[in-house]
Design a protein around this ligand. Structure first.
Ligand SMILES: Cc1cc2nc3c(=O)[nH]c(=O)nc-3n(C[C@H](O)[C@H](O)[C@H](O)COP(=O)(O)O)c2cc1C
Length: 183
């Protein structure tokens, strides 16, 4: 079921992102997953937009380690630092895969698409294999293309303002009620 009401914290995020202007880095955040040994693993990914009012789209490669982690444990955390407003957003959530993903593939440039045809990420490079010539006119969606939906249920915002930093939390189960806490 689609949610309707845009949570109030989205306005805070929007304002912080607007301050960044056109910087590509305003679309980058860190995604943490938990591996099979219960160890945290972090990496940077690109924000690909909102799926619902409180869920984020991420594109990734089916062969990457994060996918194996998420199969074992769908809990994840996102850390999004917006430099100009000195705002740190931490999102707790659950990840799931959107299987019907052709419409997302179609939004990508050919250069972006070609990255999903590279060799297996994380494996030792085989220099005997010539980089395959990607024929840009035939970039049909490969198995490796995965769209993830990160469903946020808790938000923690820290703003480094003077004289005293501000910190707020919102929880979905409390209808996203804004609560100010000590920084
Ligand atoms: C600026 C930047 C943006 C990135 N965006 C993505 C992305 O959108 N999706 C992705 O899977 N990896 C992205 N990566 C690569 C990941 O950080 C990571 O190296 C890769 O996904 C493999 O991670 P894993 O082995 O932990 O799954 C990006 C890296 C950088 C530096």
């Amino acid at each position: 079921m689609k949610e309707n009401k845009i949570p109030i914290w989205r306005q805070e995020l929007k304002a912080a992102r607007q301050k960044e202007g056109k910087l590509p880095s305003s679309r980058w955040f860190q995604l943490c997953t938990i591996n099979g040994n219960n160890e945290p693993r972090l990496r940077t990914v690109v924000f690909r937009g909102w799926q619902t009012e409180s869920s984020i789209l991420i594109f990734t490669d089916n062969r990457s380690e994060k996918i194996a982690h998420l199969k074992l444990n769908s809990n994840a955390e996102v850390l999004w630092l917006l430099f100009k407003s000195k705002s740190q957003f931490r999102f707790k959530g659950k990840m799931n895969e959107i299987k019907e993903n052709i419409k997302y593939w179609d939004t990508l440039s050919d250069r972006s698409k070609s990255t999903w045809f590279w060799q297996h990420p994380g494996k030792e490079i085989n220099n005997n294999i010539q980089p395959s010539q990607i024929i840009y006119s035939n970039l049909d969606k490969p198995e490796s293309f995965v769209v993830l939906e990160f469903k946020i249920y808790s938000v923690d915002l820290l703003k480094l303002v003077t004289p005293i930093h501000k910190r707020y939390v919102w929880n979905k189960e409390d209808n996203w009620k804004k609560v100010e806490i000590n920084p």
